[in-house]
Design a protein around this ligand. Structure first.
Ligand SMILES: O=c1ccn([C@@H]2O[C@H](COP(=O)(O)OP(=O)(O)O[C@H]3O[C@H](CO)[C@@H](O)[C@H](O)[C@H]3O)[C@@H](O)[C@H]2O)c(=O)[nH]1
Length: 468
């Protein structure tokens, strides 16, 4: 069999990059004639997490390491960051990197370029794949229901002049093919209400049909209705694709040891993704709720970036400066406050009984994988949609809020938060039972003969056939 080469172009966010690299690893493990180069888009605004992650991947050694390469593209120094124009400016860099790969692969035993795997936000890279005369596959880092939602919104936007922002205030519902329940106006995802994000999102969605396939980070048993509703070119639900390797003990020994000392399923974990942070007033309401609830807790609390700066939140040197006076002393026996958390290791720990989450898709898949029920607190991007799906469609979450939006000025009060947390931590809830069952299904999906494993095989076959 001929050797094949794929080029991956992930979006430069940790929630996109990690799962793209994990898909690459899955493909390489199953197909030994394949090698993959991941192109790392580079901007001076990006935080060090991306760089550190890539370095850790470069340093790790496994049987597939010699077939998985990373290339850093030249750093873009443009002052104001706008994703779609940034991606557009990367095209010549991508082209140059791919030309170099092809030239270095010119021997007899060389691997032929079999296609591009392009992140859902980088669809303009289809143009570059076309220049090389190879197929494009989209990697969709969110769920199948949201993919179906975007396809539907794009259709009614183009055909019936549907405007998400007008719908949001209409108090009506949408009948979306990828959802079982009517979709209420209040949970229209923040990204679709943004002047900056809506046009590129619609542009990307319009181009999905040009791809030879769409690889979705989901699995059939989780989103069966949504997956079956997608009537378009090949969709490959090959998930859940997660990086569940670390046990957190190298970097967060003290926190992990504290968890070791807590009873099973007794701790509520609060964590809001790579861009989640709250103003001081909201932080205090969360603190009051935790204290009143009496539940054990582990809270990843992060400092918002300075106003107007599009950078990620950072960790507080001293979180006491935003917490109610004496909070840390009063809760010393039952809770911990920290910055960036080793989320996967925390969710894997038997002491964790519930997860207050912003509902980023990776966080959702991680909660499912480890069988931890979620309380929804969406903030940005498509998270309001995911919260709706988790509570109403899948029954895997309870609601703290489904329609919260970052920078909306709304403050969720402590009673509402406390009610949500107590509901989340109930031992015999139907959500807990259901998420445990789904956890087992998620693991089976990836086993030999499981649904995702079979989809992965068909994807590999399709990629290898490109060389025929
Ligand atoms: O303190 C933290 C916070 C996050 N994480 C990890 O970072 C990832 C975060 O991913 P995700 O939960 O998907 O959230 P975002 O970083 O917000 O991801 C973006 O990308 C996702 C995939 O497209 C979307 O679903 C989200 O809405 C979008 O904001 C997860 O693997 C977490 O385990 C940590 O390890 N520690």
């Amino acid at each position: 069999m001929e050797k094949a080469q794929l080029v991956f172009v992930p979006s430069p966010g940790i929630g996109h990059l990690v799962s793209a690299v994990e898909v690459a690893k899955l493909l390489l493990t199953r197909q030994h004639q394949l090698s993959i180069t991941v192109l790392i888009l580079n901007h001076s605004f990006f935080d060090s997490k991306i760089h550190n992650y890539v370095e850790s991947q470069r340093a790790s050694s496994s049987p597939i390491s010699n077939r998985l390469g990373f290339i850093d593209l030249p750093k873009d120094e443009t002052e104001i960051f706008n994703l779609s124009s940034f991606i557009e400016r990367q095209k010549p860099h991508v082209k140059e990197a791919v030309l170099k790969i092809i030239q270095s692969e010119s021997g007899v035993e060389s691997a032929q370029l079999a296609g591009f795997v392009i992140d859902m936000f980088c669809t303009s890279m289809i143009d570059v794949a076309n220049e090389f005369g190879v197929s494009s596959y989209i990697f969709y880092t969110s769920g199948a229901a949201f993919l179906g939602f975007m396809l539907y919104v794009q259709k009614i936007h183009d055909e019936e002049k549907f405007e998400p922002i007008e719908f949001k205030d209409s108090n009506t519902e949408l009948l979306v093919p990828s959802l079982v329940n009517p979709f209420p106006s209040g949970v229209m995802p923040s990204a679709l209400l943004s002047r900056e994000w809506l046009p590129p999102l619609l542009d990307s969605t319009r181009r999905f049909g040009e791809a030879k396939g769409i690889i979705v980070n989901t699995f059939l048993e989780l989103e069966s209705h949504a997956i079956e509703s997608l009537k378009m070119s090949a969709v490959y639900p090959v998930g859940p694709i997660l990086d569940v390797g670390s046990d957190g003990r190298n970097t967060h020994r003290e926190i992990m040891q504290w968890l070791d000392d807590q009873p099973p399923s007794s701790v509520v974990f609060l964590c809001f993704g790579s861009h989640g942070s709250f103003d001081e007033d909201q932080v205090k309401e969360i603190a009051y709720a935790l204290e009143h609830s009496g539940q054990r807790f582990l809270w990843s609390l992060r400092r918002p970036p300075p106003p107007g700066l599009q950078v990620s939140p950072s960790d507080y040197e001293d979180p006491q400066q935003v917490l109610p006076e004496g909070f840390l002393d009063r809760t010393v026996g039952i809770g911990k406050v920290m910055g960036w958390a080793p989320q996967v290791a925390v969710l894997a720990h038997p002491a964790i009984g519930g997860f207050v989450s912003h509902c980023g898709w990776n966080s959702i898949l991680e909660s499912v994988w480890f069988g931890v029920p979620v309380a929804t607190w969406p903030m940005y991007a498509e998270q309001q949609f995911n919260a709706f799906e988790m509570v109403m469609e899948l029954g895997l979450a309870v609601e703290i809020k489904m329609d919260y939006r970052k920078h909306s000025g709304v403050i969720v009060n402590c009673d509402e938060i406390e009610r949500g947390i107590n509901c989340l931590m109930k031992h015999d809830s139907k959500q807990r039972k259901k998420v445990k069952e789904m956890s087992e299904k998620s693991r089976m999906a990836l086993m030999e003969g499981g649904s995702s494993c079979s989809w992965l095989e068909s994807l590999i076959k399709d990629v290898m056939n490109n060389l025929a």
